[in-house]
Design a protein around this ligand. Structure first.
Ligand code: TYD
Ligand code: MG
Length: 460
């Protein structure tokens, strides 16, 4: 007899409890526990399979390797992030805020593959056929032979996809909207997401189909549903961008078939996402020379150098706890740089408000940006602009020393390519050709001294 078991599952961390409670005592989240039902027959079947256990052979590390073919998506920025293209049989999870352009990106990818003769299918659980057709028309892609279906039932989806075989790419938009009949909880709950993703990954791996799952993100920016979803797939991509900006950054946070942390840059235009092959030029396009409080950071995103403008504004205030507002950088890191400037150089910020902005909507996580932030802060506080056409990078230690960062030569090469002529860099840093001037900054005092001795034009 099929009996239904009831259990209580935390929708945030996936922990299972026998009783409901208001707070999950595993992850500490409030109001995240929901009741879910599973059927005993399915559980028993799984147990029996385990109990019977047939022996499997072991193999050695050294042996034949069958490399899975890669499919070129014809979108170079996407290829770069994927590590060279879609791998057949591999699963990709694409997460991002609502309205950021996930559905647009997958539709453009599907159409691009379809136009190069691949067989592709798009399952949408969020939008109706009409809405997707409208988008395709707007993008001028309505003639691409994409197999389109609006469905949410996983059993029906897999049966329909099976009838289409052989298939090159399957996109499910989104994993939170599909559900299975075997679980009675609502779509989007931990058990539903886990089971459906597992079924899709298992099916596509077995049939050498590339799978792209679109995932929602929570308000903290994580992909909604169990963390296990990220473990289940081969590649996790986040599509990021600031509202009000047109730039979109596609970032690989996990990739079994390529480098993680690689980024692809797009621009959202009225006719879809356009690739940006030279992001540095774009991020610096509105730059004005000789403005105080501004420095250019020579950063590295994955293997790619990117020059980004860092803007700081330091203004006097009478408020006892002055504001520190940060966009695009870690506020703890800003607090650290301020503390180092205060303690190791004596530049006081206690009666000053500080605003820090990374232009272009990019989020920087590299510690190498410390020196660029410090330079922008000193520049704003002293009202002296940085030397002309100058890039900055270096990690700041708590004693005020400046540390070396990785791949300095790649950063300098990019700076030179974009017409910069000098750099404020950590000691022993090499790179760039002879005409590029390197100012070695070994301590925060050296940086401050540079400003003190500057006869560079001041802008009021
Ligand atoms: P969409 O791909 O639906 O986002 P997601 O699937 O991540 O929720 O993108 C929707 C936004 O993109 C919407 O605000 C309109 C904008 N957009 C453009 O600016 N240009 C375009 O060509 C398209 C298709 C969308
Ligand atoms: Mg969408």
């Amino acid at each position: 007899m099929v009996k239904t078991i009831s259990r209580f599952v935390c929708q945030s961390c996936g922990s299972v409890f026998t009783k409901w409670s208001g707070r999950c005592n595993q992850c500490g989240n409030w109001d995240s526990i929901e009741e879910e039902h599973t059927q005993t027959a399915l559980v028993q079947k799984a147990l029996q399979e385990g109990a019977k256990g047939k022996q499997l052979p072991f193999v050695s590390l050294d042996g034949d390797i069958e490399l899975k073919p890669r499919t070129d998506t014809n979108i170079q920025e996407l290829n770069r992030v994927l590590g060279g293209g879609l791998v057949s049989g591999a699963a990709v999870l694409l997460g991002g805020d609502p309205g950021i352009g996930k559905s647009t990106l997958v539709l453009q990818t599907l159409a691009s593959l379809a136009l190069s003769g691949k067989k592709v299918a798009y399952i949408s659980g969020e939008e109706s056929i009409e809405q997707i057709r409208l988008r395709a028309k707007r993008l001028g892609l309505e003639k691409a032979s994409v197999n389109l279906m609006a469905a949410t039932n996983i059993e029906k989806i897999i049966a329909s996809v099976d009838a289409l075989k052989p298939l090159d790419l399957l996109v499910v938009d989104s994993i939170q909207t599909v559900s299975t009949d075997t679980i009675s909880s609502a779509p989007g709950t931990v058990s539903q997401v886990r089971t459906c993703a597992h079924e899709l990954v298992r099916y596509t791996k077995g049939n050498d189909i590339s799978l792209v799952l679109v995932g929602h993100v929570t308000k903290e920016g994580q992909i909604a549903g169990p963390k296990i979803l990220e473990h289940m797939v081969d590649t996790v991509l986040y599509f990021e961008g600031e509202r009000g900006h047109h730039f979109r950054i596609l970032r690989a946070v996990k990739n079994r078939f390529g480098a993680a942390n690689e980024i692809g840059v797009f621009e959202m235009q009225t006719d879809g996402l356009q690739e940006v092959s030279n992001p540095s030029a774009l991020f610096l396009s509105d730059r004005q020379a000789d403005v105080t409080g501004v420095s250019v950071f020579a950063g590295l995103e994955g293997t790619r150098p990117v020059l980004i403008e860092v803007q700081a504004l330091v203004t006097p205030t009478t408020i006892p706890t002055p504001r520190r507002a940060v966009v695009g950088w870690d506020s703890n890191r800003l607090a650290m740089v301020i503390a180092v400037l205060q303690a190791r150089y004596g530049m006081m910020f206690a009666d000053k408000e500080i605003y820090l902005n990374i232009t272009g909507g990019l989020k920087i996580t590299e510690p190498a940006a410390d020196l660029a932030v410090a330079a922008a802060l000193i520049s704003s506080a002293t009202n002296i602009a940085l030397p002309e056409s100058c890039v900055v990078f270096g990690e700041l230690g708590l004693s005020g020393e400046v540390r070396m960062v990785s791949q300095a030569d790649i950063r300098l090469k990019e700076a030179q390519k974009l017409g910069f002529i000098q750099g404020l860099v950590p000691p022993k840093c090499k790179g760039g050709n002879k005409s590029f001037i390197l100012h070695s900054i070994s301590h925060i005092k050296d940086l401050a001294a540079l400003f003190a001795n500057s006869n560079h034009k001041q802008v009021a």
